[in-house]
Design a binder for this molecule. Structure first.
Ligand SMILES: [Zn+2]
Length: 136
């Protein structure tokens, strides 16, 4: 996936947000800064990216680690992965996370949060009110 597609996905998410919400809260994720250091890969601005997501940082961390199929460790604001991982793979896992746990399927808005209903966790959209089940 190219940089353009990454931006495009997020742009499309924004385009679908009703005007007032879009103006009130512009949503932009920082581009992940990836540095390959020897046989490790550093996600330099992990904390900054997660801060914009409004999600539990450990959940995002675990998700990325599982998707990449490698072990990782937290290192201050950074995450260190074992192995040399192409930046585009890391970017793709972030897009996957956004699509799975943040973006509303109905209107594309990122203004969502989790709610508990019985034993199910739902993703509820503040823009259009839609809900869908998510597996945490
Ligand atoms: Zn929605």
């Amino acid at each position: 996936m190219s940089d353009f597609e990454y931006e495009g996905l997020l742009d499309r998410a924004r385009e679908n947000i009703p005007e007032d919400i879009s103006n009130r809260r512009r949503w932009r994720l920082p581009e992940p800064q990836i540095l390959i250091e020897g046989s490790n890969t550093l996600f330099q601005n992990f904390n900054a990216v997660v801060a914009m997501m409004d999600r539990d940082d450990n959940h995002v961390y675990q998700f990325i680690q599982t998707e990449l199929g490698t072990s990782a460790s937290r290192d201050g604001p950074r995450v260190r992965f074992k192995g040399r991982i192409p930046p585009k793979r890391i970017r793709r896992t972030i897009v996957n996370y956004v699509n799975t746990y943040i973006k509303c399927n109905q209107c594309g808005a990122p203004d969502t949060h989790f709610i508990k209903e019985d034993r199910t966790t739902l993703l509820k959209c503040q823009a259009c009110g839609a809900t869908r089940p998510v597996k945490l």
